[in-house]
Write a protein that binds this ligand. Structure first.
Ligand SMILES: Nc1nc2c(ncn2[C@@H]2O[C@H](COP(=O)(O)OP(=O)(O)OP(=O)(O)O)[C@@H](O)[C@H]2O)c(=O)[nH]1
Length: 437
């Protein structure tokens, strides 16, 4: 599977998981807690006797906690019921602030149609004296006995209210009049308001409530944080990948640049090798052809005159024969070097054959070419080619000034002039005009 597909599948999976996490947050976050009457929770009967009444309470034989009671009229508001005390000291209860619902498995028989469920909350804010039960806040709800279905009734803690009579009796400030479940010290199930006198029976099997370890807000925040974290991680990874790609591409581009540079240099070297005479550094025949082509094109386009100077070393065979071939080579290289040093940059020297050179003088008319040749002749004749060795050279000069002469003819004219220079005693410069003159 491609990386992109894998990423998209992961994204889809994460989305589904997030939807499920939101949809089933209640199931996921809530955990049921069960309280059964008896140890360790102190379960006891309660009645109006503590208020001076004379109702009677008895423990019954049933499984769970069974209370039988008979309400008598001595107390103004006769009542009886079951109390589950979470702290016998009546100080440190349980925190039910995050609890939404509570389920009671309860059997009830009696003439009252309602039952009161009270969650008693202790707090120093209500000014409770040590161990005083009565000052604990009365968070209560009154349910219809008929709402007990199959021995179970569920109550919503959001529907609990604080008893008015408790507020008045204990002079509670109005801002403390809202239900508070932060420190519930007891759960009481008692006969409803103005319960008729007579016999009652309560059997409490168990109480169950759901605790939410993490609030829904925090749960949503967690899901969002995971998304945010993953998005940041993704961006970070992408950035790192992009940087790596950019770095690799830059490296590759540098390598290519380097390879290109080496290839260009090599190619220039090859071109130079292919067009240069190794011994003298002057152009070889091929190089000279290119130079002449270029000069010819120049002449055609701009009518720039072109001077050709043929240079041939005199009695070169004798130099070889007398001083050896190596010295002959040295003379050839020295002469080429000497010529190059004393001509203009646009005058290009090539080795036409053994000891014969051709100087191509661009933008040069015959008189100037003649002047150059004369200057070179004198220079060569006066030059020391090592160990006092001196040579002379003969020059044939021709130029392509005007008229429609092919280059071959100009070259032939220069060659003929050279031939004449040789014939007329060497160490001479002869221009093509002198031939016909
Ligand atoms: N050392 C050396 N000699 C060369 C080279 N190329 C040609 N030669 C020699 O140049 C000499 C040319 O001799 P020739 O053609 O008889 O002409 P020359 O002796 O210069 O006589 P003229 O041209 O008539 O003055 C020959 O001996 C060739 O061997 C080279 O590359 N190196």
């Amino acid at each position: 599977m491609g990386l992109r597909w894998r990423f998209e599948y992961s994204l889809l999976l994460l989305m589904l998981l997030s939807i499920a996490a939101v949809q089933f947050s209640e199931v996921l976050l809530q955990q049921a807690r069960v309280i059964t009457p008896g140890a360790p929770t102190l379960t006891e009967p309660m009645s109006d006797r503590s208020n001076g009444g004379n109702s009677e309470v008895r423990r019954g034989p049933s499984k769970g906690f069974e209370l039988q009671c008979t309400l008598h009229e001595r107390y103004r508001y006769p009542y009886c019921g079951i109390a589950l005390r979470f702290d016998p000291q009546r100080l440190h209860g349980i925190d039910l602030s995050e609890v939404r619902r509570m389920r009671l498995w309860l059997d009830y028989q009696g003439p009252a149609s309602t039952i009161k469920i009270q969650l008693r909350n202790a707090s120093p804010a209500y000014g409770i004296p040590q161990g005083e039960q009565e000052s604990a806040k009365y968070n209560h709800i009154e349910i219809n006995a008929s709402s007990i279905q199959d021995g179970m009734v569920e109550v919503d803690l959001h529907n609990f209210v604080v008893a008015n009579w408790w507020m008045q009796q204990f002079h509670i400030a109005p801002h403390l009049g809202r239900p508070d479940f932060s420190n519930v010290i007891a759960l009481e199930i008692v006969t409803g308001t103005e319960a008729p006198l007579g016999d009652y029976r309560f059997v409490l099997h168990k109480v169950e409530y759901d605790v939410q370890h993490l609030s829904t807000e925090r749960w949503y925040l967690l899901i969002m944080s995971i998304w945010l974290g993953l998005a940041l991680l993704y961006l970070f990874m992408r950035l790192v990948r992009l940087q790596t790609v950019v770095r690799t591409q830059r490296q590759q581009s540098q390598e290519l640049h380097e390879i290109n540079r080496v290839l260009n240099a090599r190619s220039e070297q090859l071109v130079q090798m292919a067009t240069t005479d190794a011994l003298t550094g002057a152009f070889n025949r091929k190089g000279l052809e290119d130079v002449l082509q270029q000069a010819l094109a120049d002449w055609r386009t701009h009518q720039h005159p072109l001077g050709l100077v043929l240079i041939d070393i005199d009695h070169f065979k004798a130099v070889n024969d007398t001083h050896g071939h190596q010295t002959g080579d040295r003379v050839l290289a020295g002469l080429a070097e000497l010529v190059r040093r004393h001509v203009r940059a646009q005058d290009l020297l090539g080795r036409w054959g053994g000891e014969e050179f051709l100087l191509v003088c661009r933008d040069t008319q015959l008189p100037q070419a003649l002047g150059i040749a004369e200057k070179l002749r004198a220079l060569i004749a006066g030059h020391d080619f090592g160990d006092g060795l001196r040579v002379t050279a003969s020059f044939g000069v021709a130029a392509m000034d005007n008229g429609e002469r092919p280059l071959e003819q100009v070259f032939a004219a220069a060659d003929a002039a050279l031939y004449r220079a040789k014939a007329e005693g060497r160490n001479l410069v002869i221009a093509e005009g002198a031939l016909t003159g």
